[in-house]
Design a protein around this ligand. Sequence first.
Ligand code: AMP
Ligand code: ZN
Length: 436
Amino acid sequence: MEVSFWNKDIETADRGRIQALQIQRLKEIVSYAIKTPFYQKRLSKAWIHSPDDIKSLDDLKKIPFSVKDDLRQNYPKGMLAVDMEEVVRVHSSSGTTGIPTVIYYTRGDVDRWTDLLARGIVATGATAKDVFQNMMSYGLFTGGLGMHYGAERVGMAVIPVGGGNTQRQLQIMKDFKTTVLHITPSYLLHIHQRMTEFNIKPRDLFLKKAWLGAEPYSEPTRLKLQELYGIDVYNSYGLSEMNGPGVGFECVYKNDLHIWEDGYIIEIIDPVTGEVLPDGQKGEVVFTNLIRHALPLIRYRTRDLAFIHPSPCPCGRTHRRMSRILGRTDDMLIINGVNVFPSQIEEVLMSIPEVGTNYMIHLSSHEGLDRLVVKVELYQKLFTGDLSQLDSLKGKIKDKLRASITINAHIELHEPGFLPAFEGKGKRVVDERQKL
Ligand code: AMP
Ligand code: ZN
């Protein structure tokens, strides 16, 4: 197996050196965090009033966790630790309840993030000779621009197509002899089904590898995609709170995600007690971002469930590997790569007067893509029986949902009493998607 490095010195550094870098950078992050009223309060609870109060990595455990809600409650700039003048980039999480979460980056932050992406890219064996088609959406979501910068740094020829428009994607793959894709597993599955429609076979293309992320998928899905396309598929993990993609990347051994530990401190905790668990045990993933100054996040609870592999990787990298994401501790749904909370859908529905009190969220798989059907009972008093009124109501619900969750839902309208009634806790989400 050929193993390549972007920065061999640091990727294979001994644990002592990695930990020394972690302490040094944690102090640096604390020096920024302490400038925000939010962290000033949080850190003082842990008796940390200056970066010098951090003596060892154990001191990290004294600091209370941060959660998504902290970002929301401090929207838009409450957790910004630098002058807006120093900010060169703003991103936002792809799906949140109500108020979005905003992430800020200085020039240095983008530069450090980009470097970690370059490490991951090279770890999969990609080089400057590759032609890279980035099929993750550009915009506030970090998947597009983030990976774009990393691939440019490696010197790949980057084609910033973004998501959607399958026919054009296939044409570009053919015409530009694309060798590497960055795409969600759902979309890569979907494209294969559409290929026959456009009379294209995988062997007409020049694809060698794909980086798949933004949503969970299983090993059988990886194997299936590798076989269907005749390519190597690598898992890529990230979240906007930890900058975006590039937090974890698989190497050529495809045995789970190397977490760049000089950039992120990873802890696995018991989601109920908050206790830090030993390597090998499954729990909630908690990250401290060591490389972002504009918006420091210390001990951020991701709600993602995973474990850390206790054994080293044959590639020689010393940065520990995290398993694929095994689930979530909350009810967040990932629909075609977009994060959606059921409460967001509820909020939209309940803001429409013609909607009654009962609704259901139904998820299924359709030609490899997720299909969202929202079943809604009408509010009898406001319904006149006029069919055109029903059509316009459907359109209104669809538009409002699209504006809130950026997804095109199929809307079904029903008479009051049609949907199952819940006497206790309602189970409004029915997820019948084929497990990826
Ligand atoms: P966002 O902040 O919008 O980029 O969403 C981040 C979330 O997407 C993570 O917390 C995960 O739940 C999910 N995610 C990203 N990459 C992967 C991956 N490779 N496997 C499973 N889930 C992922
Ligand atoms: Zn490895």
